[in-house]
Design a protein around this ligand. Structure first.
Ligand code: SF4
Ligand code: SF4
Length: 98
């Protein structure tokens, strides 16, 4: 799936994300920490979402702790090289904007 970096999924999805305070200096999580994931409700901006102009940036995307998270595993039906349709859906449905 090709992401256009609109950032709308990071606002409009109800999803589990990593708690900022649980990230260790080396970018990993303590595997014994039962509260390292928090629920990010739909319509609420993820604490890790930033923007460079209009381009969405996930502040933890390149950290080891990001691997295997619901965001990392997120994909959509369709061809691997298909453009993400979720952003268009959020825009057309009047979901929360930036
Ligand atoms: S963790 Fe990153 S990819 Fe996941 S919702 Fe937050 S900003 Fe978006
Ligand atoms: S809605 Fe789609 S295009 Fe927009 S940031 Fe999320 S994955 Fe990327």
């Amino acid at each position: 799936m090709i992401c256009s970096r609109c950032g709308l999924c990071c606002i409009n999805l109800d999803i589990l994300v990593i708690k900022t305070r649980s990230i260790r200096p080396d970018g990993t999580l303590d595997p014994g920490d039962p509260e390292s994931m928090i629920r990010k409700p739909a319509g609420e901006r993820c604490p890790h979402l930033a923007f460079a102009g209009e381009v969405a940036i996930c502040a933890i995307h390149d950290l080891p702790c990001y691997r295997g998270t619901p965001c990392d595993l997120f994909d959509q039906f369709g061809p691997e090289d298909g453009i993400c349709i979720l952003g268009s859906y959020f825009k057309s449905s009047g979901s929360a904007e930036l």
